[in-house]
Design a protein around this ligand. Structure first.
Ligand code: SIN
Length: 490
């Protein structure tokens, strides 16, 4: 199966600033590679602070015009964008697979998932309600309005090149903010294609600006946004270390922040669980995007009574997964994003094996397939001191921890600085309520492995960050509250 575009013009190789496609001011470029083969896909602008500043200038100039449009008019633009994303879904999925590596079927799923946020926030655009506060004093009327925060900087990760940028841009545009965005170094092409479709949908010049950059120069570009007090909000998905850096560096201009950071999700299977649905749920959530999502279960706790049966059933299913490049129509697991990712996964597995764990299946790289493949792996006899317990592996590795009691499982599940997602399986409904209450995470899967939805609030607690994306709550991060007290009414 060849991966080509029916609209080659969607492969953009320039920044979008003020409605125009432009090279970096100093004309530098960097290369984007297919992680499946390391083949060169394109060269894109290696932007600097100068380009970031030009994007902010454009977004700031466009702000009054966009925020004063009727909500219905902004919603119409978002609806046209949504329709264009779906109409060009095959090309967008191809770009996702080419630059990120996920199988084409998953990439198509990501297009639908990302588009659903655009549709959702088109609807929400017309529902940004304020309040009238019941009268407190004679002659006074107190009202509350929600206003767009202003220019928003969006910094997005490589694991969902379309969905993550869509779910930041859509709420921002819906409420009347304008946007400057920088996609991840490894995956700029989908973001640029999405921006091209936004222009076709009628997003006016300056309302959406996208610049691309390599890691080092990208840091300078983002530093310019951090220091610029015209940028009123920053929304970031990525590592906790970078999130903390952004929080610290944005303090000087007191920006509003949403930070969707790392996870270390526990997945607990109690003895009374429906074993088959627990295995199905685990497979779906663990192997989504080859294990490269922030909500992938990282630590799987299985109660002693079903540990052996669960492990052998799971290992059989994992062994049957088809690992292949996206050009193989039957691929279920693609390559990891880059050699650094493969090195980390290998280090985690090596650490576990050298401290007494056993691999029921997998456990090694697959060099014959390409440079960045790692075999889907099930590890047993793991313990809490191993790296697979302490850090997010971000790959197709399932470590199975044994536990005895409910209290023990909850204590070990919560014993991490992170708190993004947590999952558990039980058929005892009283236990279900207890466990859901006690788990420290922003997103809980109760007898369910697929939790993400445009209609639900996505975000974490503790070192997994703050702010929510999606749902009616997803608007809160892009508005500020204005209280108006009108006097002299008597
Ligand atoms: C992420 O990995 O950051 C997002 C996953 C999702 O939206 O389900």
């Amino acid at each position: 199966m060849s991966l080509s575009l029916s609209r080659p013009d969607l492969m953009r190789r320039q920044n979008l600033i003020n409605g125009e496609w432009a090279d970096a001011r100093d004309a530098c470029r960097y290369s984007v590679h297919n992680p499946a083969s390391d083949a060169l896909l394109a060269e894109v602008p290696d932007s600097t602070a100068i380009d970031a500043r030009a994007a902010t200038d454009a977004a700031y100039r466009a702000l009054p015009g966009w925020r004063h449009k009727l909500p219905r008019e902004r919603a119409e633009v978002l609806r046209r964008w949504h329709a264009l994303i779906l109409a060009n879904g095959d090309d967008l999925a191809t770009l996702i697979s080419l630059e990120q590596g996920k199988p084409l079927s998953e990439a198509r799923g990501e297009v639908a998932y990302g588009a659903s946020y655009v549709d959702w926030f088109a609807g929400e655009a017309t529902r940004v309600y304020g309040d009238i506060i019941p009268q407190q004093q004679p002659g006074k009327r107190m009202t509350v309005e929600k206003e767009p925060v202003g220019v928003v900087a969006a910094i997005t990760p490589w694991n969902f090149p379309l969905a993550m940028i869509a779910r930041k841009i859509a709420p921002a545009l819906a409420v009347g903010c304008t946007v400057v965005a920088k996609p991840a170094e490894d995956t700029p092409l989908t973001a640029l294609a999405l921006a091209a479709l936004a222009v076709e949908a009628g997003v006016t010049p300056g309302v959406l600006n996208v610049i691309t950059a390599s890691r080092t120069r990208g840091i300078d570009a983002v530093a310019d946004w951090l220091a610029d007090d015209r940028v009123r909000k920053m929304t970031f998905t990525g590592s906790t270390a970078v999130g903390i850096h952004l929080a610290r560096e944005s303090a000087g201009t007191l920006k509003k922040l949403s930070l969707e950071l790392g996870g270390n999700a526990p997945f607990i299977v109690f003895d009374d669980a429906d074993l088959e649905s627990a295995v199905v749920g685990l497979m779906a959530s663990k192997f989504r995007n080859g294990g490269q999502t922030c909500v992938c279960p990282n630590r799987v706790y299985v109660q002693a009574g079903i540990y052996e049966r669960f492990a052998s059933t799971l290992a059989r299913r994992v062994e049957a997964l088809h690992v292949a490049p996206a050009s193989d129509a039957h691929a279920q697991i693609g390559p990891m994003i880059n050699p650094r990712a493969v090195e980390k996964i290998g280090r985690h597995v090596e650490d576990a094996l050298s401290h007494g764990a056993r691999a029921l299946t997998g456990g090694a790289t697959l060099p014959l397939l390409g440079p960045n493949y790692f075999s889907p792996t099930v590890l047993v006899d793991v313990n809490d001191s191993m790296l697979v317990s302490q850090e997010e592996t971000f790959g197709p590795v399932v470590p199975l921890f044994r536990f005895e009691t409910e209290d023990e499982a909850i204590h070990r599940a919560n014993d991490t600085p992170f708190g993004l997602a947590a999952y558990f399986y039980t058929q005892d409904m009283r236990r279900a309520q207890r466990v859901a209450r006690r788990l420290e995470a922003g997103v809980i899967g109760m007898n369910e492995g697929a939790v993400s939805s445009e209609a639900a609030p996505f975000g974490g607690v503790k070192a997994s960050g703050y702010g929510r994306e999606g749902s009616k709550y997803g608007l809160d991060d892009y508005v500020s509250i204005k209280y108006v007290c009108q006097g002299g009414l008597d």
